[in-house]
Ligand binder design. Structure first.
Ligand SMILES: [Zn+2]
Length: 346
């Protein structure tokens, strides 16, 4: 007994010495695919084992040395307590690291594992579980608008108290009205000042099967001079496929969405800058950027995220707080969306 206890203690000690913390965990649900996304502090070499019994596929992914802190425990519990129609998923800590078990019927279901390097040198792992052979019968229509932050999550609080969640809501409402004037249905991930987790935003977007998704944010930086507009998309080249059906139909579709998201991002970025230049000729073009942010990774339609400017820069914060400037930004976003939709139809 004493030996066992000693072995257990020394193993736990070994993990914590060489440990690699699980930093974030997301479970994005979609119409024909779900994604589990994990972030760790350091890169992980995933070990995989599989077994097939009674027509079922049993997969185990071990993330060696990865530790779940108390803070992340409830996020893990949330994933473990969810029921899924086509698969069973369980995450647990064992002595060697973090273990993810996935059981499914290989006739109906398939999977892909991709890794990526995220901001702040975090390491990302994305497990996509896809329903085989599903095709969306309804044609995509409408736009999902995501007003960044809200409720308890204020986003960045900048110069003279200009707050990101207020700016994103104000600009977003204008975008909504303009799109509707153009006959385009709009779906909002939040309608008022409310807290909406990222998983819920992506789940909502995926359920709508809209043509595209635009997330609206404002920036902040320690350097008070930082300014300008930048736009993000999750380019497929950011992901490296490590296991599973990397070339399967569903993985290809996911990557097509990523590429289309970049066309959308480029279109929106250009038109927003052009519009804003008429009232703010010195606006800085911080360019199109590639990043696997959660709302971009979790939405299964072409998606972009725009940072409208820096609330931490006093001059730019004052503009972002001004209703006429907000209208210029909104007109630019709408023009970019309309141009993207026109280009797609041709
Ligand atoms: Zn933000």
């Amino acid at each position: 007994m004493r030996v066992c206890l000693w072995l257990l203690m020394s193993s736990i000690y070994t993990i914590s010495l060489h440990g690699n913390a699980l930093l974030k965990l997301f479970h994005h649900k979609g119409l024909n695919a779900d994604k589990l996304v994990l972030y760790t502090r350091k890169p992980v070499k995933i070990q995989q084992s599989s077994d097939r019994k009674d027509g079922k596929q049993y997969l185990v992914f071990l993330l060696p040395s990865v530790i779940v802190s108390n803070k992340m425990g409830s996020a893990v519990d949330t994933v473990n307590t969810q029921k899924h129609d086509d698969y069973e998923l369980a995450i647990k800590q064992n002595l060697n690291g973090l273990q993810i078990s996935l059981n499914y019927d290989p006739v109906k279901t398939d999977y892909t594992v991709e890794t990526f390097h995220a901001i702040a040198t975090q390491f990302g792992i994305m497990l996509t579980i896809v329903q085989k052979g599903t095709s969306l019968t309804t044609k995509r229509k409408g736009v999902v608008l995501d007003f960044g932050h809200g409720g308890d999550d204020h986003g960045a609080i900048g110069c003279n108290g200009v707050t990101e969640k207020i700016v994103t809501h104000a600009v977003g409402q204008k975008v909504k009205r303009l799109l509707e004037q153009n006959g385009i249905p709009v779906y909002l991930t939040r309608t008022k000042d409310q807290t909406v987790p990222l998983n819920k935003r992506t789940q909502f977007a995926n359920a709508k099967n809209a043509s595209l998704f635009v997330s609206i944010h404002a920036n902040a930086a320690a350097n008070k001079n930082a300014q300008g507009i930048e736009t993000f998309c999750a380019h497929p080249k950011l992901l490296s496929c490590t296991a599973g059906a990397c070339n399967a139909e569903n993985a290809k579709r996911a990557h097509a969405n990523g590429l289309n998201g970049c066309f959308l991002a480029q279109s929106v970025h250009t038109t927003v800058l052009n519009n804003v230049r008429s009232v703010n000729p010195g606006v800085k073009d911080r360019k199109l950027k590639h990043a696997v942010s959660q709302v971009l990774a979790g939405t299964q339609i072409p998606a972009t995220l725009i940072e409208l400017g820096f609330v931490s820069n006093c001059a730019e914060a004052a503009k972002l707080n001004d209703s006429r400037y907000q209208m210029k930004l909104a007109e630019g976003i709408v023009e970019g969306i309309l141009k993207y939709l026109r280009d797609k139809d041709n």
